[in-house]
Design a protein around this ligand. Structure first.
Ligand SMILES: [Zn+2]
Length: 131
């Protein structure tokens, strides 16, 4: 259940940022999660809902940007995106590489904040998912 501790720190950071920007309600959080970060998106979402319940972040949406794995291939002298995480081999020449350049991310990309007074008498409006 390490998703729960991740969700807790996300909420802490988002709340802190909202306070630094003069308060307001956090309506959405966007994360960048690498495919190698071992974070289960579903587990993270339910943890996020659990952790935000009863806090100023309650009802905030959680958006996840999945970051593909990229390795550096010496022989090709280039960086490649891997189609999966089973095999760390260059898609062009097959050279095995442990030089991972991306895919371990677990970053808070952005947070969306609504001013308190607007949130006060506006019913919970679900934001349409960007496609
Ligand atoms: Zn190569």
């Amino acid at each position: 259940m390490h998703e729960l501790s991740i969700a807790t720190s996300i909420v802490d950071i988002a709340w802190e940022q909202a306070r630094q920007q003069g308060g307001g309600r956090v309506t959405g959080v966007t994360l960048r999660i690498g495919r190698l970060s071992c974070v289960h998106e579903d587990a993270l979402r339910s943890s996020f809902d659990l952790v935000t319940e009863g806090t100023p972040l309650a009802g905030a949406s959680l958006a996840v940007i999945e970051v593909p794995v990229r390795i550096w291939c010496g022989p090709c002298n280039a960086e490649f995106e891997l189609p999966g995480i089973q095999r760390f081999a260059c898609p062009a020449c097959g050279h095995l590489s442990g030089d991972i350049r991306a895919g371990r991310e677990l970053d808070l990309e952005s947070i969306q904040i609504a001013p308190d007074q607007i949130a006060a008498d506006t019913p919970e409006a679900k934001q349409p998912e960007p496609s």
